[in-house]
Design a protein around this ligand. Sequence first.
Ligand code: GLC
Length: 418
Amino acid sequence: MDGLGGEGRELHERRMAWWREAKFGMFIHWGLYAIPAGVWKDRCIPGIGEWIMHTARIPVKEYEQLAKRFNPVKFDAREWVGVAKEAGMRYIVITAKHHDGFCMFDTKYTDYNIVKATPFGRDPLKELAEACREEGIKLGFYYSQTLDWHHPDGLGNDWDYSPSKQNFTRYLREYVKPQLRELLTNYGQVAVLWFDIGTPTPELARELVEFVREISPDTIISGRIGGVFRWGPIKGLGDYIEMGDNQIPNQKLEEDWEVPATMNDTWGYKSYDHNWKSPGRIIQTLVDIVSKGGNYLLNVGPTAEGEIPEPCVRILREVGEWLRVNGESIYGAEASPIDMAPDSIYRCTVKPGKLYIHVFGWPWYGELRVSGVKSKVKFAYLLADHSELKFKQEGEKVVVRVPEKAPDPVDTVIVLEI
Ligand code: GLC
C-alpha cells in the first residue's frame, strides 16, 4: 500500500517474510451454513454452501434460528491444527465473519455470535489461536468487511433491507472497525487479515487498511480490499495479489500472489458435494503454483458437528506425505527461472544453487530433457533418496538419464545442482 516507499516498503518486506517461505496454507470456511449444508426446506440449493442464505433468499429472522442449533461438540482445535500440520500447511485462515454476518468469535458489538447465541458457547478462534501457537502454525482471519446479509447497514441483503436506506459508512466505522480491533487484539498476533469482495469506495478501503496497520503493523492484508471489485486477480490496497477463486496464472508473476482454492466445489460444507480433487492433483497444483511464485490457500469446510470431513483429512494426509519427502523443493523456493509451456511435462522451482525439476509426466524413453538451463550443472540426483543420476549438458540443454519407471508417479523431483 501507499506506494510502498521508504518505511512502508521495509515493513511490507518484514511482514511478508514468513508468508513467502510458507507457500501452503489452510483456508477454513465454517459457520451456521454448515447446518443446512446445501439443503433448505428439502430443496438442494445450487452454488457454494456459504452463500445459501443469499441464494435461497432466506429472511434474517429464519436464518438466525440456525444459531440455536449450532453445537459443534466434536470441534477440537488441536485436531484441526494437527490436520493442517500433517498436510504440510504452514498457516491457517479461518472465517471470523462471513457474508451471513454470523460472528464465529466473541464480540461485544453483536449478540449474533457463537458464544452468546449458540448452545456451544465457546470461542473457537480462541482455541485455535492457542493450538496454533503451540504448533508453530500462523493464524489469520477472514472477515467479510462489505457483504453482511444480517446487519441492517451491511451490503448484499435486498430481501430484508432496502439498499437505499442503508448507511455503509456507519456500518464500517461503528461495527467493522471495532470488531477488527477485537480480532487484532484478543487473539495474539494475527498473521493475516483476509478481506473479501472489495469495498464500496477507495476512501473507505484506505481508512480500513490504515486502521489495521496502526493496530497491527505485522498483519498481512489480503488483496481483495480496494475501491472496486472485479473477479480475477486483485491487489487493491493489500500486501499481495489475491487471484480469483481457483484461478492460477499461466505464467509466473513478479509480485507475491495467492490463490484461494477449493478441494471440491464449495467453501462452506455441503453434504452432497463429493467432487474431491485427488491428492495427486493437489500436489501438482501446489508445485505449479510455487513454480509461478505463488501461495496455495486450500480450503476445508468443516461440518456442523465440528469435524473436517473425512475425505479431506485423508487427501491432505497424502499431500503431507509427499511434502515430507519433497518439501525442500517447496518451502522457501522461488519461481522457475526457466520459461515453461503450460503443457510441459515438468515444472521447476529454485533455491540458491539448486534447480528442482518436478516431473509430472515420466519420459518413457529413459531421459529427461530440460532446456533453458543457464547455469552449469554440477550434479544431478533424485530428491527422494539422493541417488545420483547421469546427465549431459550442451549449452542450455540438459539431458538426464532416468529410471524406466517414475519413482513417484505424481511428481518425481530431480535436483540439478548448479
Ligand atoms: C468468494 C465467495 C466467498 C468465498 C471466497 C473465497 O469471494 O463469495 O464465499 O469466501 O470466494 O475466496
